[in-house]
Design a protein around this ligand. Structure first.
Ligand SMILES: Cc1ncc(COP(=O)(O)O)c(C=O)c1O
Length: 431
């Protein structure tokens, strides 16, 4: 197959694609500029902090699994906004819930007051997860920050002042803020911002002896891990490993925090990635797909941990707002349907088997295929960046995980035909 630029399928409706260009949103010129005009006066890209390096494509619309740029070119979106758009783009469940929330005129009241959507969402999450309570926030990193605070307070209440250390897994990624960066094993992300929060021990997840030693009943408050490491290169931990760490942590009075920000909420083919192991964590972090594209995170916790947290111990202005909670409730209802999850698992098998065929036919180029459900990765022998660029130019959006792995995170609503097309583009774009 030859590579082609993402092909225009229909011409874009220019009236609706770019609200930035409509008159009503044109901003007035500032009256006086007290300093030299910023670079962004001539290049809008220069107005955003340069912590990302996006390609020069301006997306203006989304439809199902596709993103559409300003020239009307369509791209298969196998990134889902890094695992966020679980129902794809423009799904009626998401837009319907947004409209419903808007109709009430109440978008936000803060946690100073009760609102129904946050309570209903907390009840639904408790029913599905087996955990008793929820704290809502706005991102994955924030959910990890909360989880670490809750675990530390609980552990100190049971084991005294020294019981505050956090054990984290090598290869793990938990976010870019304070505590979440401190438990993230990425030296390049950490180094410029040191000193980070102290009291963190990293262990190789497969080194049982090191794990045994690190989980100190007198000093360790919590063990945090992703059941499937996303940023770390699509690495799955077995149900046996999850059961083992659960037994160890229970035995030693250590909280088990599972970070399912990326792998949770249906992505692996079960609502939560930990479920097939039969364990129950003490604390569960969720975010990305929770509110169908709106920013939202959640920390779910057992009653025992929740009990130590009292008014004033933690907070957030926006967490659990009416708009995000209303949408999340609808997304959760859709994703938690057993028939929907069975389809995710089936389509995941299809994606996995097609990628495996690519590996078998190109063993000198593809080292390994990993993943579960609709979170898959292929590890290349050489760095992944050039292939990611080539397949993007051919109309397939993917995201690297580390230097050598190309990650596939399609919407959970992706079709079989889209999966087949994506794998064809990938195969043609390999070195
Ligand atoms: C497992 C995991 N935890 C936490 C985070 C941080 O989430 P956010 O970017 O929403 O802060 C991520 C983000 O990729 C993640 O994959």
């Amino acid at each position: 197959m030859t590579l082609q630029a993402g092909s225009p399928v229909t011409q874009p409706d220019t009236d609706s694609i770019s609200p930035l260009e409509t008159e009503s949103t044109t901003l007035p010129e500032p009256e006086a500029v007290p300093h030299p005009a910023p670079r962004s006066a001539t290049d809008p890209r220069a107005a955003l902090l340069g912590v990302y390096r996006p390609p020069d494509i301006l997306f203006v619309r989304g439809e199902g699994t596709e993103l559409i740029d300003e020239a009307g070119r369509r791209y298969l979106d196998f990134t889902s906004g890094i695992g966020v758009n679980a129902l794809g783009h423009g799904h009626p469940v998401v837009s319907g819930a947004i409209e419903c929330a808007l109709a009430s005129g109440l978008l936000h009241a803060s946690n100073l007051f009760r609102t129904a959507p946050a309570e209903e969402l907390a009840v639904a999450l408790a029913r599905h997860s087996g955990l008793d309570r929820a704290f809502f926030c706005n991102s994955g990193a924030e959910s990890v920050e909360g989880a670490i605070k809750f675990a530390r307070k609980w552990a100190r209440s049971t084991g005294g002042e020294d019981k505050h250390r956090i054990v984290a897994f090598r290869g793990g990624f938990h976010g870019r803020l304070g505590a979440s960066l401190a438990v993230t094993d990425r030296p390049d992300y950490r180094k410029p911002f040191e000193p980070l929060m102290p009291g963190v021990d990293f262990v190789d997840p497969l080194d049982r002896e090191a794990l045994d030693e690190a989980l100190d009943p007198d000093r360790t408050a919590a063990l945090i891990l992703e059941p499937l490491q996303g940023e770390g290169g699509i690495r799955i931990f077995s149900d046996d490993l999850l059961r083992d760490v659960r037994a160890l942590t229970l035995d030693r009075g250590i909280a088990l925090i599972l970070d399912e920000v990326q792998c949770g909420l249906g992505r692996t083919g079960t609502l939560f990635a930990f479920q097939p192991s039969g364990i129950r964590p003490d604390i569960l972090c969720l975010a990305k797909p929770l509110a169908g594209g709106l920013p939202m995170g959640a920390v779910l916790l057992t009653e025992e941990v929740a009990e130590v947290m009292v008014p004033g111990d933690h907070g957030t202005t926006f967490g659990g707002g009416v708009l995000a909670s209303t949408v999340a409730l609808s997304v959760l209802k859709t994703i938690s349907d057993p028939a929907f999850l069975t389809e995710v698992a089936r389509k995941g098998e299809l994606l996995g088997s097609l990628l495996e065929k690519v590996r078998a036919s190109r063993p000198a180029v593809v080292r390994e295929v990993r993943g579960k459900g609709l979170i898959r990765g292929i590890e290349l022998v050489e760095a992944a960046a050039d292939t990611v660029t080539r397949v993007r130019e051919a109309g397939l959006l993917t995201v690297p995980a580390g230097t050598h792995v190309i990650r596939f995170l399609p919407p959970l609503t992706v079709s079989d035909a889209e999966i087949r097309r994506a794998v064809e583009i990938l195969e043609a774009g390999l070195p």
